[in-house]
Each structure stands twice: as C-alpha cells, then as structure tokens.
Design a protein. Structure first.
Length: 102
C-alpha cells in the first residue's frame, strides 16, 4: 500500500521496482502479484518471519538491507524513516483485511 498504492502496473520512478509489491529484479516473476508475494514471504520466513522478535524490523531488514547480518544491524545502519513509512499503512491494511475477511 505504501509503495504502489496497490496499483498492479506500478513502476518506480527509476524503473528499478515494478508491480503491486514493488520488488526488484532479484524476485523471480516480480510482475506477477502471486509470485512476488510468495517470494516475499519465503524470504521473510528465512529471516525469522512471524517468529522474529520484531516483525516490523525484520520486514525493514528484508526490504532495505537483506545482506546485513541482522534486523537490528539493518535498522541501525539504514534509512530508518522507511520503518515509519511501512507502519503508516497499518490501519488501512487492517481495515481492508476486515472488509475482505467478512
């Protein structure tokens, strides 16, 4: 929601990220929403996923500095505003989920 406003055909201004989930070229099938989200969750699981101490920092780690050794190190050395950016969509996402899950 934060990066593409859920537009399927979204492309970043620098054209490095495409699709609804705005994934880079390291994501196979990144133009296909199902492939992109499946790969995102595979990568998130590899970093601890829902069992991680702080899921938000783990998402930050995955999206901003996946090659760094930990979520804390990624956050400490990264663009920390990104965390607030992704969290800013939490309420909207919850409302959408509640509408869909009825």
């Amino acid at each position: 929601m934060q990066e593409s406003a859920l537009r399927v055909g979204a492309v970043s201004p620098n054209r490095a990220w495409v699709g609804i989930f705005q994934q880079d070229t390291s994501y196979p099938g990144r133009g296909n929403p199902n492939s992109a989200i499946a790969e995102f969750f595979n990568r998130l699981d590899a970093k601890g996923g829902r069992h991680a101490p702080d899921i938000w920092k783990t998402i930050f780690w995955l999206q901003q500095a996946p090659g760094v050794g930990s979520a804390e190190a990624a956050f400490a050395g990264g663009r920390q505003n990104y965390l607030a950016e992704i969290q800013s969509q939490r309420q909207n996402a919850l409302e959408m989920y509640r509408t869909i899950a009825k």
